[in-house]
Design a protein around this ligand. Structure first.
Ligand SMILES: Cc1ncc(COP(=O)(O)O)c(C=O)c1O
Length: 295
């Protein structure tokens, strides 16, 4: 098993949003944006990385955070990613639900029409371009190591990471099926989200994706989610501890531990001679928000 370490992308404890933000903030600056607004849950990794990226390029950052996860501890409310949002100088707007987020976003747009809005998770076709690049990088690394893996496994919520990889692998003509473990919504909803983003990202690049040819094929694993977004499962908790205590590698409770737990469950059914790549998408500040689960 190989780990592609996108938890080491450098910006604010790393994670998959660094690659998306490279394109999104580039677009914002090209359009002369006066500030950035984005969305997420209270412990959003995307929000934390956006706050840091805005600090880096000198743009004010407004984060509209939805109190969607039923976790009422002080650690969850104020620690982990949420603490880092403040340290990176973002302005946080806490709202009760999606409806509240839409209203607050409207107010922020009215206040200053120059603000640039980034979709939740940075998952627009422009954001997904970061993972089109990542696919090319991964193909280069696999070719250099003479490894032809059976599949590429990752956690998926807003879909941009998986979509960018699917388009990128397809463009590279590299036959590596992608398995996206749904950790935010159910399998069908996650698949629909990825499908739309694959088409829109390919269209932005003027390229075709034809999974029927085998290259660019992908599936969604709908068995990772458990009771819901942000709620640990017995298997995800165990998977986080297993990787920590055997490899010294830290997963996060909300995304990567759930995807990795499913991979461990599926291992007996996979060809033992085959290689697997697990994309570590980061999220580690989340462990501090879930510290009560580990004590
Ligand atoms: C740590 C981590 N892994 C995976 C994902 C999923 O990425 P995407 O939203 O592009 O599906 C996210 C973002 O939501 C994340 O923060």
């Amino acid at each position: 098993m190989w780990l592609k370490r996108d938890d080491c992308t450098g910006l604010a404890f790393g994670g998959n949003k660094t690659r998306k933000l490279e394109y999104l903030l580039g677009d914002a600056r090209q359009k002369g944006a006066t500030g950035i607004v984005t969305f997420g849950a209270v412990q959003s990794n995307h929000a934390r990385q956006t706050a840091a990226a805005c600090a880096r390029v000198g743009l004010p950052c407004d984060l509209v955070l939805t109190d969607a996860v039923d976790r009422r501890t002080e650690l969850y409310r104020a620690g982990g990613n949420r603490l880092l949002d403040d340290i990176f100088g973002a302005t946080v707007h806490l709202v009760a639900d999606d409806e509240g987020a839409v209203i607050r976003a409207g107010e922020l747009a009215d206040e200053d029409p120059g603000r640039y809005f980034i979709d939740p998770g940075g998952s627009s076709p422009i954001g997904a371009l970061g993972y089109v690049d990542a696919a090319a990088e991964l193909v280069g690394q696999l070719e250099a190591a003479a490894v032809t893996p059976l599949e590429l496994v990752l956690a998926s919520s807003t879909g941009g990471t998986a979509a960018g990889l699917i388009v990128g692998l397809s463009r590279a003509g590299f036959d590596l099926p992608v398995t996206a473990a749904a950790v935010y919504a159910d399998g069908a909803r996650t698949a629909a989200t990825i499908e739309r983003l694959v088409l829109d990202t390919a269209a932005l690049l003027g390229s075709q994706v034809e999974p029927a040819s085998g290259i660019g094929s992908w599936t969604v694993d709908g068995d990772a989610l458990g009771e819901g977004y942000g709620i640990e499962t017995v298997a995800s908790h165990a998977a986080l501890l297993t990787l920590a205590r055997t490899e010294g590698v830290l997963l996060d409770p909300v995304y990567t531990a759930k995807a990795f737990a499913r991979l461990l469950e599926r291992l007996p059914d996979l060809d033992p001679a085959g290689d697997i790549v697990f994309l570590h998408t980061g999220g580690q500040p989340g462990v501090f928000a879930y510290a009560d689960a580990f004590t």
